[in-house]
Ligand binder design. Structure first.
Ligand SMILES: [Zn+2]
Length: 158
């Protein structure tokens, strides 16, 4: 494991050689990932990189599946709110709720009233884009358990 230093992070030449990146590399910062690749790629380079990315994705899915478990018609999965509740900024401001806060709603039975308040957690299943949710669900991951892990925000077990 590497900790960040003042100047960033050093990637040793041996690692670059091991990854077969050649002399000219490009660093690309992505959402939750920094990628180091060849500046110029052949079709074979591209295919090999795609294969590696697929392998990395597969390994991540295995870890997530281990932590969530498989869904065996848990019932929780079908009745989940997958949309974030949105209110106009002025309403949030009046209520003293930060604009990017997670909101939850409670319906008061037969009252015609739904109460919306700031959630005590930051993330849940509604923060996962639909296509990724579908991918994870097709992989057999229990969405109910994933939702619970997202709410808790704990580190996963390898
Ligand atoms: Zn489930």
């Amino acid at each position: 494991m590497k900790k960040l230093e003042q100047q960033g992070l050093v990637v040793e030449n041996e690692m670059i050689e091991f990854a077969k990146l050649g002399d000219e590399v490009v660093v690309t910062a992505l959402d939750h990932l920094v990628m180091l690749t060849k500046v110029k790629m052949t079709a074979l380079d591209m295919v090999k990189a795609i294969a590696t990315l697929a392998e990395v994705t597969q390994n991540f899915l295995v870890i997530l599946a281990k932590n969530c478990g498989n869904c065996e018609d848990c019932g929780h999965c079908e009745e989940m709110d997958t949309e974030n509740i949105k209110l106009p900024d002025y309403m949030l401001e009046t209520a003293g709720i930060p604009k990017d806060a997670k909101l939850i709603a409670y319906a008061e039975e037969d009252s015609g009233i739904v109460r919306v308040e700031q959630a005590e957690y930051e993330h849940d299943i509604a923060d996962i884009p639909e296509d990724i949710r579908e991918l994870l669900s097709n992989y057999g991951i229990c969405m109910g358990e994933l939702d619970a892990l997202l709410v808790k925000g704990e580190f996963l077990h390898g």
